[in-house]
Design a binder for this molecule. Sequence first.
Ligand code: G6P
Length: 604
Amino acid sequence: MCGIVGYLGVRPATPVLVEGLHRLEYRGYDSAGVAVVRDGDIVVTKTAGRVRDLRDKLADNPATVGIAHTRWATHGEPSDRNAHPHLDATGRVAVVHNGIIENAEQLRAQLTADGVVFVSETDTEVLAHLVAREDAATLEDAVRAALRGVEGTYGLVVLDRSRPGELVVARNGSPIVLGIGDGEMFIASDVAALVHHTQQVVFLDDGELATVTAEGFRTSTVEARRTSKTPTTVEHAADDYELGGHTDFMRKEMAEQPEAIARALRGRLDERFATAHLGGLGLDPMALRAVKRVKFLGCGSAYYAGQMGAALVEELARIPADAEPASEFRYRNPVVDPDALYVAVSQSGETIDTLAAVQELRRKGGRVIGAVNVVGSAIARECGSGVFLHAGPEVSVASTKALTNMTVSFAMLALLLGRVRDLSAAAGARIVTGLRALPGQVERVLADDAEIARIAKRYAHARHMFFLGRVSGWPVAREGAQKLKEISYIHAEAYQAAELKHGPLALVDADMPSVVIVPADDLVAKNIGTIEQVKARGGPVIVITNADLPDGLADEVIRVPRGEPELDPILLTIPLQLLAYHTASALGRDIDKPRNLAKSVTVE
Ligand code: G6P
C-alpha cells in the first residue's frame, strides 16, 4: 500500500527518491509523485501509473532535499491530481501521507468556508493547508499544531520551501523509519527503501514527530515532549530485496522456503524433551497450562494459516482452537475470554484490521501474542511477545514463504502446548522429526516445478475453479483458491468437500476443474467419493496428495512426500503456490503486482 520516501543530504535527491519508490513498488500502488526544492520553489512531478512513468517525466535536478510517494487510492480515483505530494494554496508546503484522515470531510468544510480552494479529492491535501496556516516558530511546531485537529492514521513527511534544510515527519498508525547516513538522512515508510543506503535506522513510535536535517534528527511527542531514540541495525541486506537471477519475487520466495523453514526451526526444537522452545512467548509452563482455548486472528493468507494452526493446536494439545478473520473480530464486539491465548498472525505486522483486533483484545484484557515476520512492526510492538517467523523479507504480494513459516511456527506452538499437557514424549519426538524433515521435503515438491507448470498450462483457460478439502485439507483448499484468485484473476472457490453435493455441484461441468486436496488420513475414501462425484459430472480433477490412490482416478495427480500427518497441510500447500504461479504466468499476469491488491493493507 502507499509508500513514502524522503531525502536530505549532499546528493541530488531525485534519483535517490525514485530508486526508493522503485523499492516500495511491491507494496502496491496506482500513482506516484516527487517534490523537490529548487531555486526557492517546490517543484512537484506526479503521474497516475508506474514509477517508471514518473521517472520519464522527471527533469535532471540538482536539489538535495525532497519527498516522494506511491499512492494506493482511497479518497478519489487514481489520477495525477490526486497523487501525492500535495501542496498548500501558496505552494510553500508539500506533504506526502500514508493512512487515512478520518475527519477530512469536516476539516475540508472548515477550510473551504475560510476560502481555501482544494485541487484534489484527497484527505492528504487538508494536511498541507493546515500546516501552512499555522503561524509557528518552527516547521515542527506548525505540524504539531496542525495535527492537534486531525483524527485518523498517518505516516507523513512535510517539506517547507522556506526551510529547505529540514523535513518534518510524524507517525500515528502508519510506519515511518529514518535511515542514518553520513551527512545525509533518509526517510521511508518501509526499510526496503533504505537498506541500499544504510542499515542504521530509527523507527518512530505512534504519536511521535521528528525534525530531520542532513546531519541528524530530533524526536518529540505530539505534546512537545522530547523523546530519545536509539538507532537499530536492520538485519536484512540490500540483496534480500533483489531478484538475484529469478524472474520475479514470488518465484524467488517460493524457492527460499526450505532455508526459511530451517531458519524458523533453528534453536527452537528440543530433541531431549521432544518439545519446542519459543522464548519470545514469555509464557512459563504454568501459564501455558492455564491456556484453555486458542484463537488465531489474521487477514487473507494469514487467516488461512491461522486455520491450519488451530487444527494443529486441537490435534497436538487437545485444546479448543479456531481462527477468525481479524476484521470480523474487531467489529463484532467479541467476548474476550481471559483464559484464552489469542494469536495475531501477520507477515507485515502492519495490517490495520489485525492491529485493531490486537488493540481491542488488549483493551479488554485479553492475552495476545504475535506471529509476525517483520521485526519492529506495529503488531509485533503492540503484542510485545510472540513468535517471529524469520521468513526474511517477503516482497511478492502473494504470500508464500511467510505463510509456510506461519504454519511451521504454529506446529511448534502446538507442540509446546501439547507437551505441557498430555502429548507423550514419543508423539512429541515424532513431530520434532517431522519438522526437521520439512525443508528437504519442500525441496522435493519444488523440484516438481516443470510438471506442475504443464498442468497449470492445461487448465489456465478455465474461468472458474473449485478447491475442495476435508478437515485438515480444508484450509489448504482455501489458501490454494486464494493464491489462484490473487495472481491469475481466475475465479476460485474453496469448499469443504462434503458441502459440494449440497449446492455447488450444480456448477460442475467440463469447463469447471476441481483441485482436490487428499491427505493420507482417515478420510481418503471420502475424498475418493468426492472426486468420483465430480468426475461423474464431467468435471476435470487435479489431485494434490500424499495418499495411495487408485490409478486413473483423476486427470492429474500432484504428489507430495509423506511426512507426519499433522504436518501434511504445510506440504500440501506448496504445489498450490506453484499451480497458481504457473497459471498466472501462462496468462501473462504481473505476478508480483496483482491488480487492485497491496502487500500490506494499512487502511480499513
Ligand atoms: C493483503 C495481502 C494478502 C495477505 C494479507 C495479510 O491482503 O494481499 O496476501 O495475506 O494482506 O497480510 P499480513 O501482512 O497481515 O500477513
